[in-house]
Design a protein around this ligand. Sequence first.
Ligand SMILES: *[C@@H]1O[C@H](CO)[C@@H](O)[C@H](O)[C@H]1NC(C)=O
Ligand SMILES: *[C@@H]1O[C@H](CO)[C@@H](O)[C@H](O)[C@H]1NC(C)=O
Ligand SMILES: *[C@@H]1O[C@H](CO)[C@@H](O)[C@H](O)[C@H]1NC(C)=O
Ligand SMILES: *[C@@H]1O[C@H](CO)[C@@H](O)[C@H](O)[C@H]1NC(C)=O
Ligand SMILES: *[C@@H]1O[C@H](CO)[C@@H](O)[C@H](O)[C@H]1NC(C)=O
Ligand SMILES: *[C@@H]1O[C@H](CO)[C@@H](O)[C@H](O)[C@H]1NC(C)=O
Ligand SMILES: *[C@@H]1O[C@H](CO)[C@@H](O)[C@H](O)[C@H]1NC(C)=O
Ligand SMILES: *[C@@H]1O[C@H](CO)[C@@H](O)[C@H](O)[C@H]1NC(C)=O
Ligand SMILES: *[C@@H]1O[C@H](CO)[C@@H](O)[C@H](O)[C@H]1NC(C)=O
Ligand SMILES: *[C@@H]1O[C@H](CO)[C@@H](O)[C@H](O)[C@H]1NC(C)=O
Ligand SMILES: *[C@@H]1O[C@H](CO)[C@@H](O)[C@H](O)[C@H]1NC(C)=O
Length: 544
Amino acid sequence: MSFSRLLLTSFIVFCLPIFAFGAALLPVDEVEALRDVAKIIGKTDWNFSADPCGGQWGWVDPNPAKRSENGVTCNCTFSNGTICHVVSIVLKFQNFEGNLPTNLGRFPYLQEIDLTRNYLKGTIPQEWGTTQLVNISIIANRLTGPIPKEIGNISTLAIFTVEFNQLSGVLPQELGNLARIEKLQLSSNNFTGLLPATFSKLTTLKDLGIQGSGLSGPIPTGIALLGEMTDLRISDLGNESESSFPQLSSMKNLKTLILRSCNIIGSIPDYVGELTDLITLLISGCSNSMVIDMLLLATEFYSFHINCGGKEATIGGNKYEDDTDPAGPSSFYQSRTNWAVSTTGHFMDDDSNSDTFTGTNATKLSANTSALYMDARLAPISLTYYGFCMGNGNYTVFLHFAEIMFTNDRTFNSLGRRFFDIYIQGKLVQKDFSIQNEAGGVGKAIIKNFTAVVTGNTLEMRFYWAGKGTTRLPVGGVYGPLISAISVTPDFIPPSEKSSSTSTYAGTVVGIVVAVVVVIVLILGILWWKGCFGQKISMHHGIV
Ligand SMILES: *[C@@H]1O[C@H](CO)[C@@H](O)[C@H](O)[C@H]1NC(C)=O
Ligand SMILES: *[C@@H]1O[C@H](CO)[C@@H](O)[C@H](O)[C@H]1NC(C)=O
Ligand SMILES: *[C@@H]1O[C@H](CO)[C@@H](O)[C@H](O)[C@H]1NC(C)=O
Ligand SMILES: *[C@@H]1O[C@H](CO)[C@@H](O)[C@H](O)[C@H]1NC(C)=O
Ligand SMILES: *[C@@H]1O[C@H](CO)[C@@H](O)[C@H](O)[C@H]1NC(C)=O
Ligand SMILES: *[C@@H]1O[C@H](CO)[C@@H](O)[C@H](O)[C@H]1NC(C)=O
Ligand SMILES: *[C@@H]1O[C@H](CO)[C@@H](O)[C@H](O)[C@H]1NC(C)=O
Ligand SMILES: *[C@@H]1O[C@H](CO)[C@@H](O)[C@H](O)[C@H]1NC(C)=O
Ligand SMILES: *[C@@H]1O[C@H](CO)[C@@H](O)[C@H](O)[C@H]1NC(C)=O
Ligand SMILES: *[C@@H]1O[C@H](CO)[C@@H](O)[C@H](O)[C@H]1NC(C)=O
Ligand SMILES: *[C@@H]1O[C@H](CO)[C@@H](O)[C@H](O)[C@H]1NC(C)=O
């Protein structure tokens, strides 16, 4: 062995424990820890021949697309700029199939771990309790098991978002020790029990989400103390009465209040109108009702066919009418014939202001009637089709569904679960309907038929999202009811059918009230509360 070779070897031996590479500044233990992270979660494309902090592609995404961040961030100002430490690991949208890394304690300066939208399994490691993490985001994975009580030890933690997993168990009391927590998102999991009483200590909390989390009410009294809260989303409340409507009057900063599937009886307390910062108020499933005035035509109809969300198509001799009106958060569209569609709600989970109320297939469709299924009508909360001027009698309502927004591959796109309820003439005919389960998979068509008894010339078909299933999967704005087509035919021979194709729009216009039972969903700006809403929509209490 030559002297120079020996020199080189000893250089490597002596320098390796400090620096992984000649020019690199990341301590070798953190490099090794990154290798372990890659192994545990299943990441294969990190290039360990390059310096993880050197800004090379693979370690830093030079142009992170809005929803696909992928990078390791270092802080290289330690020891006068001679040593780096990993401060953030963000690996989103990559469908890793492994587990969460347990060894984050080996990154002494790590502040952020974000593994959103992968396909990770297993539990949240209790070892994370010894870290100084600020942000933990593990949204939309397949994680199971309870939240370890050690998470309550992370005194630095500000953001803890674990929604859309299958976490279970009772929330540990120790979470009440998170003295800096600002955002706690637990929605869409399988927890049990109540919110811990210790939550009343979380005075820094601004954003709490527990809808569809399995946690049950009543709303803990401590919440009233959370005066800084800007965003409160709760569902599956227990038995609340008007007097026990959550005491939110101290939440002067509240911008978003969402209460779903609640059992609140009576009216909404006046102080809600005094929450001057409130932008979004959404209260659904309460025993209140909303009244919509609408137009009524004078001609009589005995059938109609709608290609919901799609263009006109003739299938099996029936003309399915165009239903491509863009719709909106509180919209009402009336066809040229005798039906109308109303959508309510904002998609709360997408960042865009322009929600879309129609969807196009993300999967291949096996149906040969795909013209009906390639597009569908969607709504965040409530989607209602009305048939007007129907001759009285019994009708068969055929509802065509196909789950076209999720995929059936091994990606997070396939983790979506959609559930909604179906009401015909105000009667619940199907609870927790899952297109995917009924049709035997995604991209497959299923036709459900129901009998509708029309006595007052009006037919109402309502599809209602009760807060179950996933949201934000595969992207924001994909949840709530979805329907591909509707076909309504009489169970009797119509007397002398007036041709619907030549019907005129000019029939007598009569103002009627259609009481929308089950829901008051009022997506409203605070303007609404201040009385700026038009005469056409009004609200009253009591069940119709
Ligand atoms: C890994 O990094 C090294 C050093 O920068 C580079 O020479 C090599 O091409 C990289 N390999 C890949 C597969 O990118
Ligand atoms: C890097 O770390 C130093 C020392 O902890 C800290 O003062 C500095 O703010 C950090 N820089 C960044 C960009 O986080
Ligand atoms: C950092 O640099 C300053 C001036 O260059 C020096 O006084 C100080 O001792 C250095 N600190 C370390 C930890 O190397
Ligand atoms: C934590 O996450 C928030 C929001 O994603 C981000 O603005 C902030 O910079 C993160 N903080 C750290 C320390 O990673
Ligand atoms: C961490 O949490 C456990 C259980 O909650 C507790 O026994 C322990 O004392 C905590 N450790 C520290 C350092 O706070
Ligand atoms: C939720 O937990 C219950 C038992 O507590 C179990 O029966 C059910 O299958 C779980 N659901 C999911 C989706 O994991
Ligand atoms: C809700 O309260 C009513 C009246 O107080 C009671 O009859 C009913 O059983 C309660 N329901 C539940 C689910 O607790
Ligand atoms: C949508 O469905 C049509 C008809 O089955 C098919 O040709 C098309 O490829 C599908 N789109 C996607 C993105 O799979
Ligand atoms: C769909 O395909 C099946 C079998 O290929 C055929 O029997 C049926 O008539 C087709 N339906 C339509 C509406 O074309
Ligand atoms: C209409 O349907 C209802 C309920 O299914 C049934 O009781 C009634 O007899 C039917 N009426 C006619 C005229 O078929
Ligand atoms: C309606 O659905 C039932 C099954 O739920 C089926 O047996 C029946 O044939 C369907 N009726 C029509 C007219 O398609």
